[in-house]
Design a protein around this ligand. Structure first.
Ligand SMILES: Cc1cc2nc3c(=O)[nH]c(=O)nc-3n(C[C@H](O)[C@H](O)[C@H](O)COP(=O)(O)OP(=O)(O)OC[C@H]3O[C@@H](n4cnc5c(N)ncnc54)[C@H](O)[C@@H]3O)c2cc1C
Length: 303
């Protein structure tokens, strides 16, 4: 592989071999999935200490199993495979396919994998808030033990120290959405080729009368990370999702978020964007025309 000629390139055939290779070269080995982020790191000179690349290609982690209560997607499933998958065409997974579409040009979608997207830990990756809002769990191999960890905990919780060391994500479990579930993903970027400044994913479940019975809302903000919004979720549950409820969402979201200034946008602007993106994502998931929220509020600064 060009640019890595001085590095020991290992292609293990089993998870145990991969973990053993990471342990043998502790601190000097790097897992390699689609390579899209690894190559960026190399160009920035961030891999000077790396002596061994552990290529995950040979582990057979590129399948999507559509059976049972959860869909199992291997860590090496590419974003284009997500887009083309029958399993993810089911109601409730809309946001996953939308976020995969929204991730970079086709060359990136062809190579970038679910595992690499989560493990590169760059705020803001598009697929991450969606996995969190779908309550996905990562299956993580730590030494000889396989552990199942909520994606949010792996990135934000006590488990976040696992990645980047000897932990290897082997796949993801995505619970099959209950009847009445729908989801939507939204992203704000400064130009068509830019990464998100903020992004948002809303998964909601409505009863037959259009009342919200479950909601999982997640936003990402560059470079603060990913945030669940339990207060906004509680506000929606039991309510008819209409223009009035949608109009209240940005205000509630802004009370839940503490963000920092970034060169792409100030903290206040990002907080405001998160509220409006989430409102639009909820409207999309509920199949409500978002102009109803504008009518209910009278003024809409987001346009
Ligand atoms: C030109 C360009 C445009 C982009 N645009 C966007 C965009 O619009 N939106 C967006 O969200 N992202 C964007 N990205 C980022 C892209 O999402 C990531 O580069 C990609 O998801 C990383 O996946 P990968 O399989 O290529 O990982 P790799 O580059 O192979 O690895 C990334 C990191 O994760 C680690 N890793 C990989 N797999 C595993 C695993 N299974 N277990 C544990 N650790 C692992 C590696 O060691 C490495 O540190 C863009 C990237 C590029 C280069």
């Amino acid at each position: 592989m060009s640019g890595f000629s001085s590095i020991n390139w290992l292609i293990p055939k089993t998870l145990n071999e991969a973990v053993a290779a990471m342990e043998e070269h502790r601190g000097e080995a790097l897992l390699y999935a689609g390579g899209t982020y690894v190559h960026e790191q190399r160009e920035r000179g961030a891999l000077l200490k790396i002596k061994a690349i552990v290529d995950l290609e040979g582990l057979g982690l590129d399948t999507i199993e559509n059976g049972g209560d959860s869909i199992k997607a291997g860590a090496m499933v590419t974003l284009n495979k997500v887009i083309g998958s029958d399993a993810f065409r089911a109601a409730g997974f809309e946001a996953l396919v939308q976020a995969a579409y929204a991730t970079g040009p086709d060359q990136i979608k062809n190579a970038a994998t679910l595992g690499g997207a989560v493990a590169c830990w760059v705020p803001v990756i598009d697929i991450v808030p969606v996995l969190m809002s779908l309550r996905a769990k990562a299956v993580v191999q730590v030494a000889r033990e396989s552990r199942t960890i909520e994606v949010g905990d792996l990135l934000n919780g006590p488990e976040k120290t696992l990645l980047g060391k000897t932990a290897l994500i082997s796949g993801f479990l995505l619970p099959r959405p209950a009847p009445g579930s729908r989801s939507q993903f939204k992203k704000f970027r400064r130009s068509a080729s830019d990464w998100a400044v903020v992004n948002a994913s809303a998964s909601i479940r409505s009863d037959g009368a259009g009342r919200c019975v479950d909601a999982k809302l997640v936003v990402g903000a560059r470079a603060d990370g990913y945030f669940s919004l339990p207060r906004t979720e509680q506000f929606l549950i039991g309510k008819q999702i209409d223009g009035k409820a949608l109009a209240a969402v940005p205000g509630i979201v802004s009370t839940e978020l503490t963000l920092t200034d970034h060169f792409t946008a100030s903290a206040d602007y990002k907080r405001s964007l998160c509220g409006f993106l989430l409102r639009d994502a909820i409207a999309g998931a509920a199949k409500i025309d978002v102009s109803q929220a504008r009518d209910a509020k009278g003024v809409d600064r987001h346009g």
